[in-house]
Ligand binder design. Structure first.
Ligand SMILES: [Zn+2]
Length: 161
């Protein structure tokens, strides 16, 4: 018998480069550097999409929204999250809760977290209290610490409707 609850995990990394916009959690962050990507490079939303797709065993973001497609060039990742939710809905799942961790050295993300949570919870049609985002630095260690890139993890619980 299949369990009515499923968990999923997602992980994504993007490289940072000068003079690109930085989009994280669906909002624009004030920064001199942004993510190198085919889409808007929202690493947090990408990890979240992968967690949702993973929980439903529907593959990954690259399968549904290939970075070779013109359709997704420069696309707002919130659209990808909307579409991911539709795929889950069609498969008979609703989202329970979400927990994400964002790793980047700078800028400070804490002031942006309430707005990110509001935006993402609205898309996923869950209460803000069911959507957690934490931000951490890596104490200047590794590629995140050297400000070469940004990393995101997401864990979700979904349930059969
Ligand atoms: Zn990505």
């Amino acid at each position: 018998m299949e369990t009515p609850f499923r968990i999923g995990h997602g992980y994504d990394v993007h490289q940072l480069a000068d003079q690109l916009p930085l989009w994280l959690g669906g909002i624009r962050i004030k920064s001199l550097r942004g993510c190198v990507a085919h889409s808007d490079g929202d690493v947090l939303i990408h990890a979240l999409c992968d967690a949702l797709l993973g929980a439903a065993a529907l593959g990954d973001i690259g399968k549904h929204f290939p970075d070779t497609s013109e359709e997704f060039k420069g696309i707002d990742s919130k659209i990808l999250l909307h579409r991911t939710l539709r795929l889950l809905d069609q498969a008979g799942f609703a989202v329970g809760n979400v927990d994400c961790t964002l790793a980047l050295q700078s800028p400070k993300i804490a002031p942006y977290l309430p707005e990110m949570r509001r935006v993402l919870a609205e898309i996923l049609q869950i209460p803000v209290s069911a959507l957690s985002i934490k931000a951490t630095t890596t104490e200047r260690l590794g590629f995140v610490g050297r400000e070469e890139g940004v990393e995101a993890h997401a864990v979700v619980l979904i349930m059969q409707k």
